[in-house]
Design a binder for this molecule. Structure first.
Ligand SMILES: C[S@@+](CC[C@H](N)C(=O)[O-])C[C@H]1O[C@@H](n2cnc3c(N)ncnc32)[C@H](O)[C@@H]1O
Length: 239
């Protein structure tokens, strides 16, 4: 596994361009704009329920906004990408993520970016639902491989278990973000090798961690200094 010291906007530069891709969890389209401008997808599926949820775990989630705001966000996406929707380059799916997965044939996507409900059960369900939909040489990425002080994120556990269950390669994490994004692929993936090579030749100080998550455990750590607190990436050997 590689630690890439750039943010997720730079990560987009290293993804397959002109791809068939999906963003799962869109909100008001902040990252969508970067996906479109940086990777010029041949086809981009935008999947979000745009529904206010009363699940207790999501009550402190800043993206679990009221229904009026959800409607405004959905309408905003339709308006912003109206021309691309008309040409078929962008498709908008207002649906629960795991249900939307059923619409796509197996082996359809070059890559997806998962950023919907971050609770353990939902991440696990989305990973399982979308993995078969990705090409043999495709990439599965997702946001928020981190702990959250107020929202019970289950991303780390769900992703690590998924990697081990399917014998996948944990390609890497981008580390110049408060909330890193993870990159997964099948062993021997050419797309993953190209991403890593591209990132290494254009970035100083990429770090490789061997046998993650099999022998190493990610343990985010917290530090308070001069009145400021930060969580940072800690790793320890599994006992
Ligand atoms: C963190 S936001 C997405 C942020 C966006 N990817 C970005 O980086 O700008 C999460 C979004 O996922 C949506 N969402 C949450 N649970 C979902 C589910 N089960 N199915 C579909 N969408 C969901 C929410 O409506 C919200 O808009």
């Amino acid at each position: 596994m590689f630690l890439f010291p750039f943010d997720r906007y730079v990560l987009l530069r290293h993804l397959p361009q002109s791809a068939v891709a999906a963003e799962i969890g869109v909100a008001y389209g902040r990252f969508t704009r970067a996906i479109v401008d940086t990777t010029t997808p041949a086809k981009l599926h935008l999947i979000d329920a745009w529904r206010s949820q009363d699940k207790p775990e999501l009550q402190n989630d800043s993206n679990n906004v009221g229904q009026d705001e959800q409607d405004r966000r959905y309408e905003g996406i339709l308006e912003t990408y109206g021309a691309d929707i008309a040409t078929g380059r962008v498709a908008v799916h207002r649906a629960w993520s795991h249900e939307a997965a059923e619409q796509f044939p197996d082996g359809y996507f070059d890559w997806i970016y998962l950023d919907a409900d971050h609770t353990y059960d939902s991440v696990k369900r989305d990973l399982e639902a979308y993995w078969p939909k990705i090409k043999e040489d495709g990439l599965l990425l997702g946001h928020d491989y981190m702990w959250h002080a107020k929202v019970p994120f289950g991303v780390i556990a769900a992703v690590n278990e998924f990697v081990e269950r399917h014998g996948l390669t944990f390609v890497g994490l981008n580390t110049n973000d408060m909330f890193p994004s993870y990159i997964l692929a099948r062993p021997g993936s050419r797309a993953a090798r190209a991403l890593v090579a591209d990132a290494i030749v254009s970035t100083a100080c990429v770090i490789e961690l061997q046998d993650y998550p099999r022998r190493l455990e990610f343990e985010p750590r917290a530090l308070t200094h001069k009145g400021k607190s930060r969580v940072f990436l800690g790793f320890k050997a599994k006992t």
